[in-house]
Write a new protein. Structure first.
Lengths: 322, 473, 190
């Protein structure tokens, strides 16, 4: 694995390996000293073309716990307005010699393009409405911790699937891990032919009581272009799709990628209900992203030379062996 | 025509992949009606004619407690039942009109629920759907509920209320269609206005999977209609009126049938007016698109020639009267099943809105009280269409919306129209039950007079000349 | 891992059993009454540590805590070797008080010393043990760091081209140490 661009590129084995790695990291993080020397001397650049507090801070903490040096660039289109292209930005940043670049972009496929212009490992932290692989991995990790295995589990992903990269990555990840996924929401917010990803579709919550997990998406108002009107009103949406105390079964698990719009997709009471895994998801974000850094960076370079023997070659600058 | 027979709904409302939402109340649950005592009567010796039931003979019909209890020869009146001597008269299933403007709220000076349903009952109708382009428009469930309450107090026959597709009929944002369906909306329509934005139209069709209900469409492209006031053709050219081209309608029908096909949605095209529109609907139906269509009596019997010298605004309506080829195409469309039903588009306007220059006048004509007589006189009497077909098209107007057509059969609720086919009368000579008198048939001599209407088992209308006759011992 | 013709068994199951017994005695002798614990380095160090603990329990009666150490995150060659070849992800588990136990690090083979260096680093992130000792089943020489084992099963002088294969019943179905020419081995696997 050189880059993490999307769950679509991963096999079940690769996903499970990442989750296993996150597990071993989680045990190390239970001790007082939470820092590992693993990436000491490496630089990790995050390049965020979109607002994000949670994801960027989670990546940042993950990098720091592995002793990497971190550089954060918040572009939010400003570079573009200054006439600098994505390519120029990436090539400029390459001067720092980063081992990894974490990219979030409002445009589908931008992280993949970045791989062409750098030797660093590229991690997709969300590209347009396409994928958000680390979110799906941390969700899968959280669920696996709770359920043991996802095989045969029934997961409903509820809400604005149309504008959700979280939904896409999760459909792929959870089905690859053996779960059955149903996406549910108003028909105007369910993409045509989403079934091709391996999920089924429901336009009502009928049947959601059979689910093991209700994964509720945020209503992404910021993604609804002005003038577009995918739903008549928040009230009508909430009446039909909000998960509240009545709709959340005692044995069902509740997930949400955050931040929650209380009173819209979730009623305030369920956010803190015992079924809610929302804070566990946030905690899982750090170890899963550490695991991603480790798997991408530890695996770079030439194959194992001898038994537990370091290569005789002197340390080289990052990427030089490629 | 064969497509019209049988009692099963012809429409397959569920698509294979993504069916309409199964939950929520049925359309029939949203009908509102003041009700009344179920009729007890013996209708003696009428020619009972219900093509769907295969009835075409002189029979006695006993109605007990509002239900058709018995059909047969030589029946005697049960105790307390009224005897209606109906020899020489025709007893038909009651008519259903899916397109009526009751003008309430906001335009009660044109019509209200009481007067509009009285007018409908006088025309032989036992069920109508009310359009939502009121002031304010029916775009929220609160207003819809208040209308249903009002109809429950004053409607002479059951009324289904439609709700608008877009908030304020502005064509910008969807209404809370799911809530409106729960509140009893019979269908969704911005009738009076098209949904010009194809993107919004598409969202509405998608949302139908959640809300259910048929979306009924007034089809015209504002960019093509512009300031047109009548059909664009020889007459408009001669009079100097801005014309509404037939393509204003047909192109929108093409757009929306393609969209409905793409979204596997269910639409109803209102008041077809042109040959091209009929062709477009026929082509869509042939592809399996879930589309139904209606035509009005005035488009079936009149052409733009009727506009004459352009001084009588009672010939101004939207869509406009078109030319003879268009009229013939509509008749053919009825015959071959492209057009599913006849709807009046009853659109009352006050005198001050019509007694103005043609270009300034409001669009629309009344139609409930003239619907059957006009279609009968202009299409059945000359032998253009058989009576059976016309009766079917006048009674099945609820089917596209999930409301079964009335039938004359033992055990069925009495929805009946007793009609004297031989009676001739002049439209408007005795005034109208409707609050408005903007009929494009005023002064015309027509055949066929409705004597009595039973709606949902209750006597909803009785002609003044046709009073209570005799009560059985 | 193909066992091909070029492989030479240097310790058979009986030899290994005796080796375990001997090392176990040495560890107990060396530490006397001081509390000590065994910490196996993933992967084969872990079963070896458990085996030693069992031996100690057998003849001495004391129950010695056993921990596991995953040194993945402490390697000095990160970025220079593939991880994809190591299919199993391990975890560290040390659920005793490291500050009050002499720690005996246990591994199968001692070679360059870099693994032990990483293990000592990893260990010190768990606490500050009073002393650290090292037990290995085989010492094949070629040290690159100043590291020396306290307890050795067998010294195996090897060339850099050779490889030492330690097999334990828990993972490989047999107790055995074999020497294999890695050139031949690569050819056999190709």
């Amino acid at each position: 694995m050189r880059h993490l661009l999307g769950i679509g590129d991963l096999s079940r084995d690769q996903i499970e390996r990442l989750l296993d790695r996150a597990d071993s990291l989680a045990q190390l993080l239970e001790r007082e000293n939470k820092k590992l020397p693993t990436l000491s001397g490496r630089t990790i650049v995050s390049l965020f073309f979109e607002n994000s507090t949670r994801t960027s801070s989670s990546f940042d903490l993950a990098a720091k716990r592995l002793s990497a040096d971190t550089v954060s660039i918040r572009a939010q289109g400003s570079s573009v307005t200054k006439g600098e292209s994505l390519r120029d930005t990436v090539q400029t940043l390459s001067a720092y010699g980063p081992a990894a670049i974490v990219v979030r972009s409002p445009f589908v496929g931008a992280p993949g393009m970045v791989t062409r212009w750098t030797d660093a490992a590229v991690i997709n932290a969300g590209d347009g409405k396409h994928e958000h692989p680390t979110q799906a991995l941390l969700d899968a990790y959280t669920l696996r911790n709770r359920l043991g295995s996802l095989d045969g589990k029934n997961v409903w992903i509820i809400g604005d699937v149309l504008h959700s990269r979280v939904a896409r990555s999760n459909i792929l990840a959870l089905t690859k891990l053996g779960a059955r996924v149903t996406v549910c929401g108003p028909p105007t917010l369910i993409p045509r032919e989403i079934e091709a990803l391996g999920c089924s579709v429901s336009y009502t919550l009928e049947g959601s009581n059979e689910a093991d997990v209700l994964y509720v998406l945020r209503m992404q108002n910021e993604r609804m272009a002005a003038g577009d009107n995918f739903i008549p009103s928040v009230g009508e949406y909430a009446k039909r799709f909000q998960i509240n105390g009545e709709r959340l079964g005692a044995r069902q698990l509740l997930m949400h990628p955050g931040p929650v719009n209380r009173g819209v997709e979730l009623s305030p009471d369920v956010v803190d209900a015992p079924q809610s895994l929302i804070t566990e998801q946030v905690a899982a974000g750090v170890v899963v992203r550490m695991a991603v850094f480790y798997e991408l960076l530890a695996g770079r370079g030439e194959p194992e030379g001898g038994q537990k023997r370091a290569t005789a070659v002197a340390p080289m600058p990052d990427g030089a062996t490629r | 025509m064969s497509e019209q027979t049988g009692t099963k709904p012809r429409l397959r409302l569920a698509g294979p992949a993504r069916p309409l939402a199964p939950t929520g109340p049925k359309v029939a649950d949203g009908l509102s009606f003041k009700g009344g005592r179920g009729a007890d009567m013996l209708i003696r010796g009428a020619h009972v004619f219900d093509p769907r039931e295969g009835l075409d003979s002189v029979l006695d019909v006993i109605v007990r407690g509002g239900e058709i209890a018995e059909l047969g020869a030589g029946l005697s009146a049960p105790e307390g039942a009224e005897v209606v001597e109906a020899a020489g008269k025709h007893l038909l299933p009651g008519f259903v009109d899916p397109h009526v403007h009751l003008r309430t709220p906001g335009f009660e000076y044109k019509e209200d629920i009481e007067s509009g349903t009285r007018s409908a009952a006088a025309g032989g109708f036992c069920l109508i759907l009310a359009m939502a382009n009121t002031n304010p428009p029916v775009d929220n469930s609160g207003l819809l509920r208040s209308l249903r309450m009002r109809a429950a107090a004053e409607a002479h026959i059951p009324v289904g209320f439609s709700a608008t597709v877009t908030k304020g009929m502005k064509g910008e944002e969807l209404t809370e269609m799911a809530d409106l369906a729960d509140a009893g909306a019979a269908c969704f329509t911005d009738d009076g206005l098209p949904i010009a934005d194809a993107g919004l139209m598409r969202l509405a069709l998608q949302y139908q999977r959640l809300a259910g209900r048929v979306i009924a469409l007034h089809q015209e492209d504002p960019a093509l209609t512009r300031d047109g006031v009548m059909h664009e053709g020889a007459v408009s050219a001669a009079l100097g009126f801005a014309g509404v081209p037939a393509v204003s309608e047909s192109t929108m029908i093409a757009r929306d049938t393609l969209l409905a096909e793409y979204e596997d949605a269910r639409i109803h095209v209102q008041h077809l007016s042109s040959a091209q529109s009929v062709e477009t609907v026929a082509a869509a139906k042939a592809r399996g698109v879930k589309v139904t269509a209606e035509a009005t009596p005035h488009h079936l019997s009149l052409t733009d020639e009727a506009v004459g010298d352009g001084t009588d605004a009672n010939f101004k309506m939207n869509p406009p009267l078109r030319d003879e080829a268009d009229r013939q195409a509509l008749i053919d469309g009825l015959r071959d099943g492209t057009i599913d039903c006849i709807a009046t588009d009853h659109a009352p306007h006050a005198a001050h809105e019509k007694e103005v220059p043609f270009e300034q006048a409001s669009m629309g004509v009344t139609g409930l009280e003239t619907s059957f007589p006009v279609v009968y006189s202009d299409l059945v009497v000359p032998g253009v269409l058989p009576l059976a077909l016309v009766v079917e098209k006048l009674t099945c107007g609820g089917e596209p919306f999930g409301l079964p057509a009335p039938r004359i059969a033992g055990g069925a609720v009495a929805n009946l129209a007793l009609i004297d086919l031989d009676a001739t009368w002049t439209v408007g000579e005795e005034g109208y039950e409707s609050r408005s008198s903007n009929s494009c048939f005023a002064g015309r001599q027509v055949n066929g007079r409705v004597l009595m209407t039973l709606a949902a088992g209750v006597v909803a209308f009785r002609a003044r000349s046709f009073a209570v006759q005799e009560v059985g011992a | 891992m193909a066992r091909n013709a070029a492989e030479k068994v240097v310790l058979d199951p009986d030899d290994l059993r005796r080796t375990f017994v001997r090392i176990a005695h040495e560890i107990v002798e060396r530490n006397g009454d001081r509390p000590f614990a065994l910490v196996g380095i993933h992967r084969r160090g872990v079963p070896v540590a458990r085996r030693l603990a069992a031996q100690i329990a057998d003849f001495d009666g004391r129950s010695v805590p056993v921990g596991e150490l995953d040194i993945s995150f402490y390697r000095d060659d990160i970025g220079r070797r593939g991880t994809s070849e190591a299919p199993v992800v391990h975890s560290s588990a040390i659920d005793f008080d490291i500050d009050s136990h002499v720690i005996v690090l246990v591994d199968d083979v001692l070679y360059t010393g870099r693994t032990v260096r990483a293990a000592i680093d990893a260990l010190f992130d768990f606490g500050r043990p009073p002393a650290v000792q090292l037990a290995v089943l085989a010492d094949r020489g070629h040290r690159e760091l100043p590291i020396r084992p306290d307890f050795v099963g067998k010294n195996l002088p090897t060339s850099a081209d050779e490889r030492v294969n330690v097999r334990v019943e828990e993972l490989d179905g047999i107790d055995q140490i074999a020497l294999v020419d890695s050139v031949v081995r690569s050819a056999g696997e190709a």
